[in-house]
Design a protein around this ligand. Structure first.
Ligand code: AMP
Length: 397
Protein backbone atom coordinates (compact mmCIF):
# COMPACT_ATOMS: atom_id res chain seq x y z
CA UNK A 1 0.00 0.00 0.00
CA UNK A 2 2.66 2.44 1.00
CA UNK A 3 3.61 4.55 -1.99
CA UNK A 4 4.22 1.38 -3.94
CA UNK A 5 1.91 -0.66 -6.10
CA UNK A 6 -1.34 0.22 -4.33
CA UNK A 7 -4.15 -1.70 -5.94
CA UNK A 8 -6.88 0.87 -6.29
CA UNK A 9 -10.10 0.71 -8.25
CA UNK A 10 -10.15 2.78 -11.42
CA UNK A 11 -12.93 4.65 -13.14
CA UNK A 12 -13.37 2.03 -15.86
CA UNK A 13 -14.12 -0.63 -13.26
CA UNK A 14 -17.12 1.26 -11.92
CA UNK A 15 -20.42 1.22 -13.83
CA UNK A 16 -21.51 4.87 -14.26
CA UNK A 17 -24.35 4.52 -16.77
CA UNK A 18 -27.26 6.74 -15.72
CA UNK A 19 -25.94 7.00 -12.15
CA UNK A 20 -25.52 10.00 -9.87
CA UNK A 21 -21.72 10.22 -9.93
CA UNK A 22 -20.23 12.18 -7.05
CA UNK A 23 -16.73 13.37 -8.01
CA UNK A 24 -14.15 14.91 -5.66
CA UNK A 25 -12.18 17.28 -7.85
CA UNK A 26 -9.39 19.72 -7.04
CA UNK A 27 -10.86 23.07 -8.03
CA UNK A 28 -8.76 24.93 -5.49
CA UNK A 29 -7.83 27.57 -8.07
CA UNK A 30 -6.35 31.03 -7.57
CA UNK A 31 -8.95 33.84 -7.50
CA UNK A 32 -8.48 37.57 -7.95
CA UNK A 33 -11.35 40.00 -7.48
CA UNK A 34 -13.86 37.17 -7.83
CA UNK A 35 -12.33 35.79 -11.04
CA UNK A 36 -10.38 32.57 -11.60
CA UNK A 37 -6.85 33.54 -12.68
CA UNK A 38 -5.56 30.07 -13.59
CA UNK A 39 -7.90 27.32 -14.75
CA UNK A 40 -5.31 24.53 -15.12
CA UNK A 41 -6.86 22.48 -12.33
CA UNK A 42 -10.34 22.78 -13.80
CA UNK A 43 -9.08 21.62 -17.21
CA UNK A 44 -7.25 18.73 -15.58
CA UNK A 45 -10.55 17.28 -14.32
CA UNK A 46 -12.30 17.43 -17.71
CA UNK A 47 -11.43 13.89 -18.93
CA UNK A 48 -13.14 12.33 -15.92
CA UNK A 49 -16.16 14.64 -16.11
CA UNK A 50 -16.56 14.06 -19.85
CA UNK A 51 -16.25 10.31 -19.45
CA UNK A 52 -19.06 10.33 -16.88
CA UNK A 53 -21.25 12.58 -19.06
CA UNK A 54 -20.74 10.30 -22.06
CA UNK A 55 -22.21 7.53 -19.92
CA UNK A 56 -25.34 9.59 -19.23
CA UNK A 57 -24.31 10.12 -15.66
CA UNK A 58 -25.69 12.90 -13.48
CA UNK A 59 -22.47 14.58 -12.43
CA UNK A 60 -22.13 16.07 -8.94
CA UNK A 61 -18.79 17.78 -8.34
CA UNK A 62 -17.31 18.78 -5.00
CA UNK A 63 -14.12 20.61 -4.03
CA UNK A 64 -12.60 22.89 -1.48
CA UNK A 65 -11.50 26.41 -2.40
CA UNK A 66 -9.00 28.38 -0.32
CA UNK A 67 -8.95 28.23 3.46
CA UNK A 68 -12.32 29.26 4.87
CA UNK A 69 -11.50 27.31 8.05
CA UNK A 70 -14.94 25.81 8.61
CA UNK A 71 -16.95 29.00 8.04
CA UNK A 72 -18.89 30.49 5.18
CA UNK A 73 -16.62 33.01 3.46
CA UNK A 74 -18.52 34.83 0.72
CA UNK A 75 -15.51 35.40 -1.52
CA UNK A 76 -14.68 31.69 -1.46
CA UNK A 77 -17.94 30.51 -3.01
CA UNK A 78 -17.67 28.13 -5.98
CA UNK A 79 -19.77 30.22 -8.39
CA UNK A 80 -16.84 31.73 -10.38
CA UNK A 81 -15.39 28.22 -10.73
CA UNK A 82 -18.73 26.94 -12.07
CA UNK A 83 -18.69 29.71 -14.70
CA UNK A 84 -15.22 28.74 -15.93
CA UNK A 85 -16.09 25.03 -15.94
CA UNK A 86 -19.25 25.77 -17.89
CA UNK A 87 -17.24 27.60 -20.58
CA UNK A 88 -14.64 24.83 -20.78
CA UNK A 89 -17.13 21.99 -21.03
CA UNK A 90 -19.76 23.84 -23.07
CA UNK A 91 -22.68 23.04 -20.77
CA UNK A 92 -24.50 24.79 -17.93
CA UNK A 93 -23.13 24.04 -14.46
CA UNK A 94 -25.64 24.37 -11.62
CA UNK A 95 -24.57 25.61 -8.20
CA UNK A 96 -26.10 25.53 -4.72
CA UNK A 97 -25.46 27.46 -1.52
CA UNK A 98 -24.21 24.46 0.48
CA UNK A 99 -22.56 21.09 -0.12
CA UNK A 100 -24.92 19.08 2.11
CA UNK A 101 -28.49 19.52 3.37
CA UNK A 102 -31.91 19.83 1.72
CA UNK A 103 -30.97 22.23 -1.11
CA UNK A 104 -28.01 20.11 -2.21
CA UNK A 105 -30.06 16.92 -1.94
CA UNK A 106 -32.93 18.31 -4.00
CA UNK A 107 -30.57 19.66 -6.67
CA UNK A 108 -28.68 16.35 -6.87
CA UNK A 109 -31.95 14.39 -6.92
CA UNK A 110 -33.43 16.52 -9.73
CA UNK A 111 -30.39 16.23 -12.03
CA UNK A 112 -31.08 14.65 -15.40
CA UNK A 113 -28.57 12.45 -17.25
CA UNK A 114 -25.81 14.59 -18.72
CA UNK A 115 -26.34 17.48 -16.28
CA UNK A 116 -23.72 18.92 -13.92
CA UNK A 117 -24.02 20.27 -10.39
CA UNK A 118 -21.10 21.87 -8.52
CA UNK A 119 -21.60 21.78 -4.75
CA UNK A 120 -20.57 24.69 -2.51
CA UNK A 121 -17.09 24.86 -0.94
CA UNK A 122 -16.60 21.76 1.24
CA UNK A 123 -14.44 23.61 3.75
CA UNK A 124 -17.29 25.90 4.80
CA UNK A 125 -17.94 22.98 7.18
CA UNK A 126 -15.34 22.10 9.84
CA UNK A 127 -16.57 18.49 9.56
CA UNK A 128 -14.88 18.18 6.15
CA UNK A 129 -11.30 18.39 7.42
CA UNK A 130 -12.26 16.51 10.61
CA UNK A 131 -13.43 13.59 8.43
CA UNK A 132 -16.67 13.56 10.42
CA UNK A 133 -18.63 10.41 9.61
CA UNK A 134 -22.09 12.08 9.63
CA UNK A 135 -20.81 14.70 7.19
CA UNK A 136 -19.23 12.01 4.98
CA UNK A 137 -22.54 10.12 5.01
CA UNK A 138 -24.41 13.29 4.05
CA UNK A 139 -22.07 13.75 1.07
CA UNK A 140 -22.39 10.08 0.12
CA UNK A 141 -26.20 10.44 0.06
CA UNK A 142 -25.87 12.77 -2.93
CA UNK A 143 -24.38 10.13 -5.22
CA UNK A 144 -24.78 6.48 -6.19
CA UNK A 145 -21.05 6.10 -6.82
CA UNK A 146 -17.97 8.14 -5.91
CA UNK A 147 -14.87 9.06 -7.90
CA UNK A 148 -11.82 10.75 -6.43
CA UNK A 149 -9.89 12.83 -8.97
CA UNK A 150 -8.23 15.18 -6.48
CA UNK A 151 -4.70 13.85 -6.15
CA UNK A 152 -3.50 17.11 -4.54
CA UNK A 153 -5.58 16.38 -1.41
CA UNK A 154 -5.15 12.58 -1.40
CA UNK A 155 -2.66 12.83 1.49
CA UNK A 156 -5.41 14.21 3.73
CA UNK A 157 -8.01 12.01 5.40
CA UNK A 158 -10.97 14.32 4.92
CA UNK A 159 -14.67 13.50 4.60
CA UNK A 160 -14.68 14.12 0.83
CA UNK A 161 -11.37 12.36 0.14
CA UNK A 162 -11.58 9.33 2.43
CA UNK A 163 -14.75 9.18 4.58
CA UNK A 164 -17.26 9.20 1.76
CA UNK A 165 -15.74 6.09 0.13
CA UNK A 166 -16.95 4.00 3.05
CA UNK A 167 -20.57 4.46 2.07
CA UNK A 168 -20.81 4.14 -1.74
CA UNK A 169 -18.80 2.26 -4.40
CA UNK A 170 -15.67 4.24 -5.24
CA UNK A 171 -12.81 4.52 -7.71
CA UNK A 172 -10.00 6.80 -8.89
CA UNK A 173 -10.69 9.26 -11.71
CA UNK A 174 -8.33 9.57 -14.68
CA UNK A 175 -6.20 12.35 -13.18
CA UNK A 176 -5.72 10.45 -9.92
CA UNK A 177 -4.93 7.29 -11.86
CA UNK A 178 -2.35 9.10 -14.03
CA UNK A 179 -0.58 10.49 -10.95
CA UNK A 180 -0.52 7.16 -9.14
CA UNK A 181 0.64 5.25 -12.21
CA UNK A 182 3.48 7.70 -12.98
CA UNK A 183 4.69 8.02 -9.39
CA UNK A 184 4.20 4.27 -8.89
CA UNK A 185 6.64 3.49 -11.71
CA UNK A 186 9.49 5.52 -10.20
CA UNK A 187 8.88 4.07 -6.76
CA UNK A 188 8.46 0.42 -7.64
CA UNK A 189 9.59 -0.33 -11.17
CA UNK A 190 12.23 2.14 -12.42
CA UNK A 191 14.40 1.48 -15.48
CA UNK A 192 18.11 1.91 -14.73
CA UNK A 193 20.25 3.90 -14.37
CA UNK A 194 17.90 5.76 -12.04
CA UNK A 195 18.77 9.38 -11.13
CA UNK A 196 17.24 11.33 -8.28
CA UNK A 197 17.64 15.11 -8.56
CA UNK A 198 17.12 16.89 -5.28
CA UNK A 199 16.95 20.59 -4.55
CA UNK A 200 14.65 23.00 -2.79
CA UNK A 201 15.03 24.88 0.41
CA UNK A 202 15.78 22.33 3.13
CA UNK A 203 17.30 18.91 3.57
CA UNK A 204 14.94 18.28 6.50
CA UNK A 205 11.95 18.43 4.10
CA UNK A 206 13.47 15.75 1.88
CA UNK A 207 15.03 13.35 4.34
CA UNK A 208 12.14 10.87 4.38
CA UNK A 209 12.13 10.83 0.61
CA UNK A 210 15.88 10.15 0.55
CA UNK A 211 15.47 7.36 3.13
CA UNK A 212 12.74 5.71 1.09
CA UNK A 213 14.49 5.97 -2.29
CA UNK A 214 18.16 5.48 -1.44
CA UNK A 215 17.74 1.71 -1.83
CA UNK A 216 16.31 2.15 -5.29
CA UNK A 217 18.33 4.87 -7.05
CA UNK A 218 21.78 4.72 -8.67
CA UNK A 219 22.79 8.38 -8.50
CA UNK A 220 21.63 11.39 -6.48
CA UNK A 221 22.33 14.94 -7.73
CA UNK A 222 22.03 17.54 -4.99
CA UNK A 223 21.53 21.27 -5.57
CA UNK A 224 19.26 24.02 -4.22
CA UNK A 225 19.33 25.39 -0.70
CA UNK A 226 19.77 21.93 0.80
CA UNK A 227 23.30 21.47 -0.62
CA UNK A 228 24.81 23.96 1.88
CA UNK A 229 23.94 21.75 4.83
CA UNK A 230 25.93 18.97 3.10
CA UNK A 231 28.91 21.33 2.62
CA UNK A 232 28.70 22.67 6.18
CA UNK A 233 28.72 19.05 7.40
CA UNK A 234 32.08 18.62 5.61
CA UNK A 235 33.46 21.79 7.20
CA UNK A 236 33.34 23.77 3.93
CA UNK A 237 32.52 27.47 4.54
CA UNK A 238 29.00 28.32 3.39
CA UNK A 239 28.96 32.08 4.06
CA UNK A 240 25.41 33.37 4.48
CA UNK A 241 23.79 30.42 2.69
CA UNK A 242 20.88 28.66 4.37
CA UNK A 243 22.30 25.88 6.56
CA UNK A 244 20.23 23.70 8.87
CA UNK A 245 22.66 23.43 11.77
CA UNK A 246 20.58 20.78 13.50
CA UNK A 247 20.72 18.60 10.38
CA UNK A 248 24.47 18.39 9.83
CA UNK A 249 24.35 14.84 11.11
CA UNK A 250 21.42 14.08 8.79
CA UNK A 251 23.52 15.17 5.82
CA UNK A 252 26.49 13.13 7.03
CA UNK A 253 24.27 10.08 7.50
CA UNK A 254 22.96 10.39 3.92
CA UNK A 255 26.53 10.36 2.58
CA UNK A 256 27.44 7.30 4.69
CA UNK A 257 24.31 5.43 3.70
CA UNK A 258 24.82 6.23 0.01
CA UNK A 259 28.36 4.87 0.21
CA UNK A 260 27.16 1.68 1.89
CA UNK A 261 24.53 1.15 -0.78
CA UNK A 262 26.83 1.97 -3.69
CA UNK A 263 24.81 5.07 -4.62
CA UNK A 264 26.78 7.90 -6.25
CA UNK A 265 26.08 11.34 -4.76
CA UNK A 266 27.08 14.32 -6.89
CA UNK A 267 27.37 17.60 -5.00
CA UNK A 268 28.00 20.94 -6.76
CA UNK A 269 31.56 21.83 -7.89
CA UNK A 270 30.87 25.58 -7.88
CA UNK A 271 28.18 28.08 -6.92
CA UNK A 272 26.51 31.23 -8.13
CA UNK A 273 26.63 33.48 -5.07
CA UNK A 274 25.06 36.83 -4.18
CA UNK A 275 25.65 39.51 -1.56
CA UNK A 276 21.96 39.58 -0.66
CA UNK A 277 18.85 37.49 -1.31
CA UNK A 278 17.41 39.78 -3.99
CA UNK A 279 17.08 39.95 -7.79
CA UNK A 280 19.39 43.00 -7.96
CA UNK A 281 22.12 41.50 -5.78
CA UNK A 282 25.78 41.47 -6.82
CA UNK A 283 26.39 38.10 -8.48
CA UNK A 284 29.60 36.04 -8.65
CA UNK A 285 30.60 32.51 -9.59
CA UNK A 286 32.94 30.59 -7.28
CA UNK A 287 35.89 28.49 -8.48
CA UNK A 288 35.15 25.64 -6.10
CA UNK A 289 32.68 24.62 -3.38
CA UNK A 290 32.39 27.10 -0.52
CA UNK A 291 32.09 30.87 -0.21
CA UNK A 292 33.07 33.70 2.12
CA UNK A 293 30.91 35.40 4.73
CA UNK A 294 28.74 38.16 3.34
CA UNK A 295 27.82 35.96 0.34
CA UNK A 296 25.15 33.30 0.00
CA UNK A 297 24.60 30.53 -2.55
CA UNK A 298 21.74 31.15 -4.99
CA UNK A 299 22.29 28.65 -7.81
CA UNK A 300 24.61 25.91 -9.02
CA UNK A 301 27.53 27.20 -11.10
CA UNK A 302 28.55 26.37 -14.71
CA UNK A 303 30.90 23.51 -13.79
CA UNK A 304 28.11 21.90 -11.81
CA UNK A 305 25.63 22.38 -14.64
CA UNK A 306 28.07 20.62 -16.99
CA UNK A 307 28.66 17.82 -14.45
CA UNK A 308 24.95 17.21 -13.89
CA UNK A 309 24.02 17.43 -17.56
CA UNK A 310 26.77 15.00 -18.57
CA UNK A 311 25.87 12.52 -15.82
CA UNK A 312 22.19 12.61 -16.74
CA UNK A 313 22.87 11.53 -20.33
CA UNK A 314 22.84 7.89 -19.32
CA UNK A 315 19.69 8.07 -17.19
CA UNK A 316 16.77 5.81 -18.01
CA UNK A 317 14.64 7.11 -15.12
CA UNK A 318 14.78 10.57 -13.56
CA UNK A 319 12.84 11.71 -10.53
CA UNK A 320 13.22 15.40 -9.72
CA UNK A 321 12.07 17.10 -6.55
CA UNK A 322 13.20 20.61 -5.68
CA UNK A 323 14.63 23.45 -7.81
CA UNK A 324 18.44 23.67 -8.04
CA UNK A 325 18.54 27.40 -7.35
CA UNK A 326 16.35 30.40 -6.63
CA UNK A 327 14.66 30.02 -10.03
CA UNK A 328 12.04 32.66 -9.19
CA UNK A 329 14.77 35.26 -9.78
CA UNK A 330 15.92 35.18 -13.43
CA UNK A 331 19.60 35.67 -12.66
CA UNK A 332 19.58 32.59 -10.44
CA UNK A 333 17.48 30.33 -12.66
CA UNK A 334 20.22 29.05 -15.04
CA UNK A 335 20.99 25.83 -13.15
CA UNK A 336 17.38 24.72 -12.82
CA UNK A 337 16.66 25.71 -16.42
CA UNK A 338 19.66 24.04 -18.03
CA UNK A 339 19.16 20.78 -16.14
CA UNK A 340 15.43 20.91 -16.97
CA UNK A 341 16.28 21.21 -20.65
CA UNK A 342 18.59 18.22 -20.42
CA UNK A 343 16.00 16.12 -18.57
CA UNK A 344 13.32 17.15 -21.09
CA UNK A 345 15.51 15.90 -23.95
CA UNK A 346 16.27 12.48 -22.44
CA UNK A 347 14.99 9.22 -23.80
CA UNK A 348 13.94 8.21 -20.28
CA UNK A 349 11.04 8.15 -17.87
CA UNK A 350 11.12 11.64 -16.37
CA UNK A 351 8.91 12.49 -13.42
CA UNK A 352 8.83 15.86 -11.70
CA UNK A 353 7.53 16.08 -8.14
CA UNK A 354 4.93 18.75 -7.42
CA UNK A 355 5.00 22.25 -5.98
CA UNK A 356 7.90 24.53 -6.81
CA UNK A 357 9.62 22.13 -9.17
CA UNK A 358 6.47 21.79 -11.25
CA UNK A 359 6.15 25.60 -11.25
CA UNK A 360 9.75 25.92 -12.49
CA UNK A 361 9.29 23.35 -15.28
CA UNK A 362 6.05 25.03 -16.35
CA UNK A 363 7.72 28.46 -16.27
CA UNK A 364 10.39 27.15 -18.68
CA UNK A 365 7.69 25.75 -20.99
CA UNK A 366 8.99 22.19 -20.59
CA UNK A 367 6.08 20.51 -18.79
CA UNK A 368 4.84 18.64 -21.86
CA UNK A 369 8.34 17.30 -22.55
CA UNK A 370 8.40 15.34 -19.29
CA UNK A 371 6.78 11.94 -18.83
CA UNK A 372 4.83 13.35 -15.90
CA UNK A 373 4.69 16.55 -13.88
CA UNK A 374 2.80 15.93 -10.67
CA UNK A 375 0.03 18.37 -9.75
CA UNK A 376 0.12 17.54 -6.06
CA UNK A 377 2.96 19.02 -4.00
CA UNK A 378 2.38 17.53 -0.55
CA UNK A 379 0.64 14.45 -1.90
CA UNK A 380 3.43 13.54 -4.32
CA UNK A 381 6.09 14.08 -1.65
CA UNK A 382 4.24 11.82 0.82
CA UNK A 383 3.73 9.19 -1.88
CA UNK A 384 7.45 9.25 -2.72
CA UNK A 385 8.25 8.97 0.99
CA UNK A 386 6.40 5.66 0.91
CA UNK A 387 3.48 6.82 3.01
CA UNK A 388 -0.07 5.59 2.63
CA UNK A 389 -2.24 8.33 1.13
CA UNK A 390 -5.63 8.10 2.89
CA UNK A 391 -7.44 9.22 -0.27
CA UNK A 392 -5.89 6.33 -2.18
CA UNK A 393 -6.25 3.76 0.58
CA UNK A 394 -9.98 4.56 0.55
CA UNK A 395 -10.10 3.39 -3.09
CA UNK A 396 -8.13 0.21 -2.53
CA UNK A 397 -9.47 -3.06 -3.81
P1 AMP B 1 11.03 23.19 -1.89
O1 AMP B 1 9.62 23.63 -1.67
O2 AMP B 1 11.65 22.53 -0.74
O3 AMP B 1 11.17 22.38 -3.18
O4 AMP B 1 11.88 24.51 -2.07
C1 AMP B 1 11.71 25.34 -3.15
C2 AMP B 1 12.36 26.65 -2.89
O5 AMP B 1 13.74 26.48 -2.67
C3 AMP B 1 12.21 27.60 -4.06
O6 AMP B 1 11.39 28.67 -3.68
C4 AMP B 1 13.63 28.04 -4.32
O7 AMP B 1 13.75 29.44 -4.53
C5 AMP B 1 14.35 27.66 -3.05
N1 AMP B 1 15.79 27.52 -3.28
C6 AMP B 1 16.42 26.84 -4.25
N2 AMP B 1 17.75 27.04 -4.19
C7 AMP B 1 17.98 27.89 -3.17
C8 AMP B 1 19.14 28.51 -2.62
N3 AMP B 1 20.34 28.28 -3.15
N4 AMP B 1 18.98 29.31 -1.58
C9 AMP B 1 17.75 29.55 -1.07
N5 AMP B 1 16.64 29.02 -1.53
C10 AMP B 1 16.74 28.19 -2.59
Amino acid sequence: MAGTATAFRTIKELPLEGKRVLIRVDFNVPLKEGKVTDSTRISAALPTIRYALERNAKVILMSHLGRPDGQVVEKLRMKPVAEVLSKLIGKPVQTVQDCVGPEAQTAAGNLKPGEILLLENLRFHPEEEANDSCFAKALAKLGDVYLNDAFGTAHRAHASTAGVAEYIPSAAGFLMQKELDALGVVVSNPARPYFLILGGAKVSDKIKLIDHLIDKVDTILIGGGMQYTFFAAQGIPTGDSPVEKDHLSTAKAVMVKAKEKGVTVLLPLDHVIADKFAPDAQRKVTEKPGMPDGWGGMDIGPKTIALFNEALKKAKTVLWNGPLGVFEMDRFADGTKSVAQTVAGLNAVTVVGGGDTAAAITQFGLADKMTHVSTGGGASLEFLEGRVLPGVAALSK
